[in-house]
Design a protein around this ligand. Sequence first.
Ligand code: GLN
Length: 310
Amino acid sequence: MQLGSIDTIVAEIAEETRTHTHRGKVADYIPPLACVPDSKFGIAVVLHDGSVHTAGDAEEPFSIQSISKVFALTLALGAVGDQLWRRVGREPSGTAFNSIVQLETEHGIPRNPFINAGAIVVCDVLLGRLQPREAIGQMLRFVRTVAGDETIAIDEAVARAEQDTGFRNMALANYMRAFGNVHAPVELVLGTYFHFCALSMSCRQLALAGRYLMDDGRADGHSVISARRARRINALMMSCGHYDNSGDFAYRIGLPGKSGVGGGILAVAPGIASIAVWSPGLNPSGNSHLGQLALERLVHRTGWSVFEPR
Ligand code: GLN
């Protein structure tokens, strides 16, 4: 791929999305997210050679929400390794991100780490060794290191709003605690979870943070996690990264990806590129409508689907 051509492609994609009238619906159950204009669109592509290619609102920080579940999983695997899988599964849920239904028949074990219930357990695992303040500090240090950007911050207003309105998450955490799969006090687990979700990052920062998943566990030549672990996280992103819309995402885009209700998506073309898109309007499953469309076009024009023979 010529460097010039990827610049042209991202610019064209940003331009095409600008005029779309069907933009999806901005999340309003977390009040500060409801104020973000649905006209926003950003895209950033970091190639394997380290070059960064952006278009639209790629420098504007947004709430990464559930994309943080990828970073939380990375930290928990670093802390306890494969023992994590005693407490959370690795199967797609086929249900909404905040669903509680499977927890009853599955004895409080969430289907995967990328739905809310699974990420809450992941936070509880981190709190097995750290105080909430330390876990939040570790997360901030991690994303700043992998992105190579010390300015990344947590939006405290978003974290507070989630604390005030997160009744479903409280129900999930309490329900799992009843099954013995949440150990720390529920308020502390959720306080940690909400702070992770409230990380504020731009498309550029997010795409840079995703380099370790693109490059077999390395960022900027430094080893962050093992190649095997990076491949496994990508596999989970491919199968579970978009809730009950994960099959459709794999079908249309063919890349590991993780979405958040802030309208961001981090997608990984292994060995080729780390990609972040942002458009706040969501589809009915809570994934960025135009973000998915943009990724579909990007993959179509670049041939980056993991299913394309190389
Ligand atoms: N903080 C959000 C919640 O817990 C994250 C959901 C999401 O991004 N899908 O509801």
